[in-house]
Design a protein around this ligand. Structure first.
Ligand code: C5P
Length: 213
C-alpha cells in the first residue's frame, strides 16, 4: 500500500476451520485452508494496522508481525474473539466456523461395538452476529461461502447478521484454493472483483474497507 490506509487501527480476524471433537482422536471439521484469512491478516498489517488473528487449525505459517491466537473449536474461537474485540476497531470474520458441536463428546476413544454410535449435535454461537450486535461493535466484515444462489444468500446473510460489508465467494472456488473470485456487498450495492490470487483479493478488500471506515 502506498498509503497506510489502516494506520492506527487495531484489526481482529478469524481464519481457518474449527475442529469439534467427537472423542479424543476424532472430530468434525471442514475444508477451509485458512489462506484467505491469513492473506487478509497480512494485507491489514501491510496497510499499517495492528493485527490479531484468531485461527483454527491450519497448515499455514504464522504471518510475521501479526499476533496469532490459535484455537480449535468454535467455542474457543468465540471466547478468544470476545476477549479481544473490545480493543479492536475492525473485525473481519473469515473463519469457516462449525455451525454445530458434538453434544455427547466421549472422554475416551470410542470403541467399535455392536451398536452404531450416535453423534448428537448442538448449535454453536454465531461469532460474527454476536460481535456485530455489541453496543460498541467494531466495523464488521463477514464472508459468505455458498455453493449456489451466491449473491442472493450473501445479501440475506449481510442483512441478517447486520454487517456493513460482506464478501461473497463460491465455496467450491474459494476453499483450499490459492485464488479467489469475490463480490463485495455493502449499502451501495454489489461490487464484483476479478479472479486473482488471494493476496490480491485481500488487498482489494482492505482498500474497500478503508474507504468505508
Ligand atoms: O451463516 P454462515 O456461516 O454462512 O455465515 C458466514 C459468516 O459468519 C462468516 O463471516 C463466518 O466467519 C461467520 N460465522 C461466525 N460464527 C458462526 C458461523 C459463521 O462468525 N458460528
Amino acid at each position: 500500500f502506498d498509503e497506510k490506509v489502516l494506520a492506527g487501527k487495531r484489526v481482529l480476524l478469524t481464519a481457518g476451520p474449527t475442529y469439534e471433537a467427537i472423542d479424543t482422536v476424532r472430530g468434525i471439521t471442514n475444508i477451509s485452508s485458512g489462506k484467505m484469512g491469513y492473506a487478509l491478516a497480512r494485507a491489514c498489517r501491510d496497510a499499517g494496522a495492528e493485527v490479531t488473528l484468531v485461527s483454527g487449525p491450519t497448515a499455514l505459517a504464522a504471518p510475521l508481525g501479526v499476533r496469532l491466537l490459535p484455537v480449535q473449536s468454535a467455542g474457543e474461537m468465540y471466547q478468544a474473539v470476545l476477549s479481544e474485540v473490545g480493543r479492536s476497531q475492525v473485525f473481519i470474520s473469515v473463519a469457516a466456523v462449525a455451525d454445530y458441536r458434538v453434544k455427547n463428546r466421549s472422554e475416551h476413544k470410542i470403541k467399535k461395538g455392536d451398536a452404531l454410535p450416535v453423534i448428537e449435535l448442538e448449535e454453536n454461537p454465531d461469532i460474527l452476529a454476536t460481535v456485530a450486535s455489541l453496543p460498541a461493535a467494531p466495523f464488521c466484515v463477514g464472508f459468505a461461502a455458498e455453493s449456489q444462489n451466491l449473491l442472493q444468500f450473501a445479501d440475506s446473510k449481510r442483512r441478517k447478521k447486520k454487517v456493513p460489508l460482506l464478501v461473497a465467494n463460491l465455496a467450491q472456488q474459494a476453499m483450499g484454493s490459492d485464488d479467489n473470485e469475490v463480490t463485495l456487498l455493502d449499502d451501495a450495492g454489489q461490487h464484483p472483483l476479478p479472479a486473482m490470487a488471494k493476496a490480491e483479493v485481500a488487498r482489494a478488500i482492505v482498500a474497500h474497507l478503508a474507504r468505508l471506515l
